[in-house]
Design a protein around this ligand. Sequence first.
Ligand code: ADP
Ligand code: MG
Length: 341
Amino acid sequence: MRIIAAMRAHWLRLTVLGLLLLSGCRRGPEAHTVRRSREVMGTFAEITAVAPDEAVAEAAVEAAYGRLNRVNDLMSTYRPDSEISRVNQLAPGQSLAISPETFHVLERAQAFAEATGGAFDVTCRPLLLCWREASEAGRLPTPEQLDAARARVGWQKLTLAADGRSASPAVAGVQVDLGAIAKGYALDLATEALREAGAVAGLVNVGGDVRGFGSRADGEPWQIGIRHPFRQALFGRIRLVDRAVATSGIQQRFFEVDGRRYSHIVDPRTGRPAEQAPSVTVVAPDGLTADAWATAFSVLSVEEGRGMAEDLPNVKVLWIWGSAEHPQTAQTPGFSELLVQ
Ligand code: ADP
Ligand code: MG
C-alpha cells in the first residue's frame, strides 16, 4: 500500500515532468537529443543528453546510468552488500574502509546535521525502521520502542576517519540511511558523466529530483513542473539553468495507521514523523545540496527554515502547507525569479 502510494506519486511526478520536457524538445539541425527512462535506485529515472552527434548522446546517457547504478550499489540499504549496509553491521569501534564517493556523501551529511541542529540526520534509520514496522503492523510504536530507537540515533554516533577513508559507529546499533541525500548526489555524478562523454547539455531526473546543465536543443532553458501538493495540477514551472531541484514532503511518500498519514521523513529530535510543510522545493547549484535541504526543510518549521535559508544565497526554497481549502505558501526572495510567467 505504502509502496503503491509511493510509486503512484513518482509516476505522477515523472509524467508531469515528461510531458513538459517533451513539449519543448525539438531537434535543431546540429543538436541531437536522446532520452531514456529506466527504473533505477528504487524509482524511475529519465536521462536526456544533447550532443552534436546522436551516438555521442546515446553513449552519454549510458555513462550517466552507470553512475546512478554505482551510487545505488554503494549506498542503498536495500542491498545487503552495499557499503552503507556493511557500515550498518559494524560493532562499536570497528571501522570499514569506504569509497571516496560514500565518504564524501557521509561527510556532507554530517555537515548538514550540524547546520540543522540534528533535524537532518542520516543515522535516523533505527527510527525509520521503528515506524516502518509499526505501519506494517497497523499500530503506532510504543514510547519504549521509540526510546530504544532514539538511543541509537545521533550524527555524533558516527565517526568519519580524518584520513577520509573509513567510517565507524561509536555505539552499538548505529544505522545509516542515505535516502535523503544519495539521490541528489547521483544527479551530480550522472551530470558529470554526461559532460565527460561529450554532451553539450543534459537533464537527469531521478524520481522527480532533477539536475540540468546547458539548454535544450532548441536553445530554450530546461523547464520543470512543480506539483501542487493539494491539487491535481502544477503549482508552476521553473527554469532550470545549471541548477538542481528537489522536492520533499509528506505528500510524496507516506504510510497510514488508522487512516492517518505519517511522513516517511522523521524528526530525529523528537523521534516522530515530520509534520511540517507537505511540500518543500529547493533549487540549488547541485543535486546533493538541493536534496539534503529539501528533506531538512521538511523537518524544520517554516519559520526555522526561512531563517536558515536567509544565510544560503544559492539556495532557493518554496514551502507549501496548510490544506486543500487554505493552501499557504512561502518563498525565499530568489524563488519567484525562477518561475515561468
Ligand atoms: P524522497 O525519497 O521522496 O525524494 P527525501 O529526499 O526527502 O524524499 O528523502 C526521504 C528519505 O530520507 C526517507 O525515506 C528516509 O530514508 C530518509 N530520512 C527521513 N528522515 C530523515 C532525516 N530527518 N534526516 C535524514 N534523512 C532522513
Ligand atoms: Mg532529500
